[in-house]
Design a binder for this molecule. Structure first.
Ligand code: FES
Length: 71
């Protein structure tokens, strides 16, 4: 099993680390650069490059800093 991590960034994107395939709603794969260790998915809705984060979350007032309830 491949180890994939999805890290939630405070007030920002979902950082996906590991070998994954990202599909659109029709099942078509987005081209991902295999040389990069991670990519970021927008969760604020403001990106001009959705589903990827383009940094727009920094200027749109997006605020989210979820934490697990613990152990
Ligand atoms: S989370 Fe970065 S542009 Fe939306």
């Amino acid at each position: 099993m491949t180890d994939v991590k999805i890290r939630i960034r405070d007030n920002g994107p979902l950082l996906v680390e590991g070998s994954v395939t990202l599909l659109d709603a029709d099942g078509n794969a987005y081209p991902l650069d295999p040389s990069k260790p991670a990519f970021a998915l927008c969760r604020c809705g403001a990106s001009n490059n959705r589903p990827f984060c383009d940094g727009s979350h920094k200027g749109c007032g997006f605020s989210a800093a979820e934490r697990t309830s613990g152990g």
